[in-house]
Design a binder for this molecule. Sequence first.
Ligand code: EPU
Length: 430
Amino acid sequence: MLEVARIVGGQPLRGTIQAAGAKNAALPLLAATLLTRERVTLHNVPDLSDVRFMAEILRHQGATVTETSPGTWVLQATEITHRTPYELVRKMRASVCLLGALVGRLHRAEMAIPGGCVIGPRPIDLHLHGLESLGCKINMEGGVVHVDASAIHGQVVPMGGPMGSTVLGTANIMMAAVTTPGTTIIQEAAAEPEVVDLGHLLTKMGAKLQGLGTKTITIEGVATLHGAEHSIIPDRIEVGTYLVAGAITNGDVTVRGANPQHLEAFLEKLRESGVNVTTGPDFIRAHGHPTRAVHLTTTPYPGFPTDLQAQFMALQLCVPAESSLTEKIYPHRFMHVSELQRMGADIRMDGATAYVHGGRTLTGAPVMASDLRASAALILAALAAQGETWVQRLYHLDRGYEKFEERLQSLGANITRLPAAAMPKDLQSD
Ligand code: EPU
């Protein structure tokens, strides 16, 4: 059923919420459970449509997936197939991270290639070159990549691309290399906390990795991996989104169970914008309104995350000055701009840079969510806008935010999820 969110802006959000597990850690970690016949238990698994969909794919591959209590999943992949069809892959691009797990476990894979998505082209050339560096033979036929890894061996694998390192590409090579004979050295490896979390699970499963969180990861192949138990890291992007919700409404929001070290570049910009930020070992508090312009560029970790660009843009709409946001990861990831403009935002695009002239009063409007982070940004802007906003295509949000509107309500937001049919007909565009 299609759903919409109705938001009435103007309420300062106040209170404390608990961070959920990270979607972008959960997806590769779930794939990694295919690397062993033994049982793997994951805790803090977020309840998201992308994660449930990954479970569906794992079941297709032959694994059993059982949720034994909320957030705890037990997975076992006794016998699995090396084939993943297009009807599964096309629904979620991140399913590409199965490739490394299948190569690592079965030394072969046959996987349909995911297409691009609304945030821009999403090539996987670096994933494939990486596998080739390890001695895999790659064949493309009818939109399906065939990987023959019978001669796989440790090697130097350069993973840098025009936009820097690749997150899921690094995850794939790590999963392929942990059971590969010899030493693999991944150069220009992604250092994102989600990649490090994958490395931690693999280590618990018996893999030998060094250099996690740096640009060079060294892997000594082992014969087999075994079962393990692991708790997924908090979702830094979700945490950042709730902190923006506090600041954009001139409120006071604390997120517990968060890791401030994972958000340093974001917190620096939040402080620079004039928001009061305090942190402890496992919490972050943001209170007060932004007052100053900010200029930021998205780059791979530890830089400012592209997955918080749209939300930060919404925030800077409050500031009566010119801010700029430049995309260095996905130069086309600005679908939210035209929808924010419908709410009265003054934003000018120049290539991959958005110039935000803040300070104008935003007014509620019917808007369309185009992707996951854009939908969060529209809801944030709506919380600060005058009047009523309707956000359509809410399914984008559900891919990456667990119980978003319920948790915003607990902070005092006036937001309701409704069937799309409940939206006044003259406002609907779906
Ligand atoms: N790239 C290539 N060739 C490749 C792979 C990537 O040119 O073979 C380019 C991409 O086009 C992009 C850049 O390299 O310009 C970085 O892409 P990356 O491969 O790092 O992205 P990803 O691994 O596919 C993950 C997250 C994204 C997040 C990016 C960047 C998951 C499941 N997805 O994608 O998350 O934006 O890293 O940090 O981990 C989201 O959660 O909303 C989301 C899109």
